[in-house]
Write a protein of this length. Sequence first.
Length: 243
Amino acid sequence: MILGELMHARMPLAVHVTLTLLTGAALAGCSAADVTTTASGAEPSSAPATTRTKPLSEAELKALTLEDAELPEARPGGISVQDHGDPADSPSIKPVSDPDCQSVLDISNATTASAVVSQVINWRDGIYPGGTTLASYDDGEAEQLFVKLKRALNSCHTYQGDGWTGTYTATMQTQKAPKAGDEAVQFREYSPTEQGKRDQLFVIVRTGNVIATYVSLDIGRTSTFPTEPIIRQAERLRDAQSK
């Protein structure tokens, strides 16, 4: 199962976090500086990637994942790679109420990628894990999906979905993205819970034919994800696709 198959559309307290992670020992939250600014939109890099036609394989993506030394905000030994299971084994969930919001969820969840590798990140200073997903696509498909993603984000504001604990309402808010890869978007998803306001940060970066998604979750405070690892990973993805 990839990180994100059990999203907020499936479970209100755990967008992009698996059930087994949430039932384990206390996991820690991010102490890094937030990549958020108040403006909306995406920030493309100045150097477009030269990509090969053949998409990166799962093995190649695994070689490009984040390492412990790149994320001092994570618990020691707290970064792990998730196995990518057969999508047919995922539970069938009713689409959310807004088709554009569903498109955002599907793209961030890499539902049509040719190869996917996900990492779970257990932060030092919180209880909810974050994570990353690297998704490789056939030539040109990632760029087309990003056009669809940006269009959907402009339209998606509030939606209702069915989670494991019942129907929930979520709100999406776009923000200024970091300068990484060929183009990037950033948004937050909010919803009320008994524990407080759930704040989920998404940073999605396209580098050539790969879309990388970075997620961090918190409740009752602002979720964060460090910027530098995102930029460095985009550079590695660019180099790998230029060979």
